[in-house]
Design a binder for this molecule. Structure first.
Ligand SMILES: *Cc1c(COP(=O)(O)O)cnc(C)c1O
Length: 391
């Protein structure tokens, strides 16, 4: 199906269905074959060539959602990220990187890039000037992640894309936290869009996958090394991912509706000292959010008052699960200093503004009143049991 004028939910449901010529079933058949005929065929298919039928077709859905020419699916978000970076960065190259990016991406750079003689500089801030001032003569790419994890900091995508173009650099974004439902970086001139499909694309906390979308020309360059690095996804999981993505638009919008109201509730709650959500008027990048996001997403973070023990609060929750990952239909919370950002040094965490009592909240699709009740009962429990930090 051509996708030019189709609406979001139609793209989610129908674009990139694998044809079932034989039986005309209502859904995509699954092709688990790892071996395909090679004589007189246009495409020599093999799972690690990223071109089995289910992979090939689902990529069309992802490209359509990201307004890109082409896309690829990977075995994890990190496979998508590492393959993309290694496709464009060679020995002697340099990359400018937003300071507070996903911990795994940062760890990849800090632990391994020196071995490949690839240089990187993390910016001091999020303004376009913070990026511009660290560009070197050997810089090849600017890498951003907006909204960022876990503080929901925003970077102006249009300004970054302009800067990159003016200096003949590639721009890449990790769009995981927003999802294509909330923002489409290609529309602002960003070259390469990366996703951990483990998050909103999968949406049910049962799939680990990644995706990249860009021009056909860029995707050819990525494919050229991807087939050797070998981070492809099993076709069974590709098929599961297609099923999940049919409801991507519905899910993310429902999650976002909950998040907007819950952010306002937390912002007024006397036990909460700070809320980080781009939809709040006092968020430092609220104006950028209005310009580049369709809504404000379903991720937020908050800090409880000094006296309240964060871990005890999380343990007192009955419905919301303290859980490592995010973006599932179920609401989850996590303490970054103990989980997602535990591998960073305390200095790096402090540098990024991640306090030890920060809680990241991935808002799900449950009924909002049940989520609010759960937060209220957990706060009441920690207060009455007097589990004070300093006690
Ligand atoms: C989870 C995540 C990743 C890594 O994805 P995996 O699927 O776990 O490899 C990258 N970026 C962001 C923003 C993430 O949340």
């Amino acid at each position: 199906m051509k996708n030019k004028k189709l609406g979001l939910n139609t793209i989610c449901t129908h674009v990139g269905e694998t044809p079932d010529e034989q039986f005309k079933g209502a859904i995509s058949p699954i092709y688990l074959s790892t071996s395909y005929e090679y004589i007189d065929v246009d495409v020599k298919r093999y799972p690690r060539y990223f071109n089995t039928p289910n992979q090939e077709y689902l990529c069309k859905k992802i490209a359509a959602l990201e307004h890109a020419e082409a896309a690829m699916i990977f075995g994890s978000g990190m496979a998508a990220i590492s393959t993309t970076l290694l496709a464009f960065l060679k020995s002697g190259d340099h990359i400018v990187v937003q300071n507070d990016i996903y911990g795994g991406t940062r760890n990849l750079m800090e632990a391994h890039f020196a071995n490949y003689n690839i240089e990187f500089t993390f910016t001091d801030g999020l303004n376009v000037l913070d990026f511009e001032k660290v560009i070197q003569s050997n810089t090849k790419m600017i890498y951003i992640e907006t909204p960022s994890n876990p503080l929901l900091k925003l970077v102006d995508m249009e300004a970054i894309a302009k800067l990159a173009k003016s200096r003949n650099l590639l721009s890449a974004i990790d769009n995981t936290f927003a999802s294509p439902v909330i923002q489409n970086p290609v529309d602002f001139g960003i070259d390469i869009v990366i996703h951990s499909a483990t998050k909103y694309f999968g949406g049910h906390s049962d799939i680990c996958a990644g995706a990249v979308a860009s021009t056909q020309e860029n995707m050819d360059i990525i494919w050229n090394i991807a087939k050797n690095l070998g981070g492809s996804l099993s076709d069974f999981t590709v098929w599961m991912l297609e099923r999940s993505m049919k409801t991507l638009g519905l899910r993310v919008k429902a999650q976002q509706r909950n998040a907007r109201k819950i952010a306002k509730y937390l912002n007024k709650n006397e036990s909460v000292s700070k809320v980080y959500y781009p939809g709040l008027k006092d968020h430092p990048s609220h104006d950028i959010a209005k310009k580049q996001m369709k809504g404000y997403g379903a991720m937020m973070s908050f800090e409880l008052n000094e006296g309240i023990n964060t871990k005890d609060f999380l343990n007192a929750l009955k419905l919301i699960k303290p859980s490592m990952s995010l973006a599932g239909v179920e609401s989850t919370m996590l303490q970054p200093s103990e989980a997602s950002h535990a591998l960073l040094t305390p200095e790096d965490r402090a540098d990024q503004g991640i306090s030890d009592n920060l809680i990241r909240f991935s808002v799900g699709i449950e009924n909002r009143k049940d989520l609010l009740k759960d937060i209220e009962q957990a706060l009441a429990t920690v207060k009455t049991t007097g589990s004070l930090v300093n006690s």
